[in-house]
Write a protein that binds this ligand. Structure first.
Ligand SMILES: O=C(O)CCC(=O)C(=O)O
Ligand SMILES: [Fe+2]
Length: 221
């Protein structure tokens, strides 16, 4: 949605947390959506995530490189079909690196996890911290499709202070440093706001992360 006179500005949303609007070009967005459609198919494809309390997450998910489950990482879809997780493509790892650099971070560790969430119109994500990784490298978050409200808080409490921002297709958020373990969530998706050329009903979010779990994971040497 390019409905402003002025481009949206790069904004700090916390110490070490930055929002870079329109970071992905429209063709790059389309390539990522097409790739997500391929990866989302079985084996180890898009699944409903059950939480230990007996609930289900409303966003459906799959991983590349490592499989996230509540609450840890495995090399197989241990809470899904049990199949080996698909490898993390080197081009996606490189995209993670360049996104972190665009946000002002430098680091040597390779991005070896992609977690992809698919939100339909009613899906949300409660306030949580990304705390199952063993590395302090910044989390890179790419948004595709429908706009959402993204709530970015602080590392101490899942309540205020927090900032609500709109994430649109192509936007990048990177959070590291003092905000690496900040609580964040997605209170709502704005249905029907995806760029029409993506042909996507809903929202995809890709977070790229460094596992810190070692070299010999899927897609490793
Ligand atoms: O969908 C988003 O923007 C956030 C996703 C997220 O927080 C996560 O996957 O841990
Ligand atoms: Fe998260």
């Amino acid at each position: 949605m390019a409905d402003e006179l002025f481009p949206r500005a790069r904004t700090d949303i916390g110490p070490g947390a930055v929002h870079l609007p329109d970071w992905l070009t429209p063709p790059a967005q389309l390539r990522l959506v097409e790739a997500c459609r391929r990866w989302a198919k079985p084996p180890a494809g898009l699944r409903l995530v059950r939480t230990p309390g007996g609930g289900t997450m409303t966003a459906r998910q799959f991983g590349l490189g490592w499989h996230w489950f509540p609450y840890g990482y495995a090399r197989e879809a241990v809470d899904g079909d049990g199949a080996p997780v698909k490898p993390m493509p080197s081009w996606l790892a490189a995209l993670g690196r360049s996104a972190a650099e665009a946000a002002g971070f430098e680091g040597e560790e390779a991005y070896d996890i992609a977690l992809v969430n698919f939100y339909d119109a009613d899906a949300r994500m409660g306030m949580h911290r990304d705390s199952d990784e063993k590395s302090g490298a910044p989390v890179v978050s790419l948004s595709l499709g429908d706009t959402c409200v993204f709530r970015f808080g602080n590392p101490r409490t899942r309540t205020k202070p927090y900032t609500d921002i709109e994430l649109r297709s192509g936007d990048l958020v990177v959070f590291g440093g003092p905000s690496r373990l900040a609580y964040h969530g997605v209170p709502r998706v704005l249905p029907g706001t995806a760029p029409p050329e993506l042909g996507l009903t809903g929202r995809l979010n890709i977070t790229l992360r460094v596992s810190g779990l070692g070299e010999d994971g899927p897609g490793g040497p």
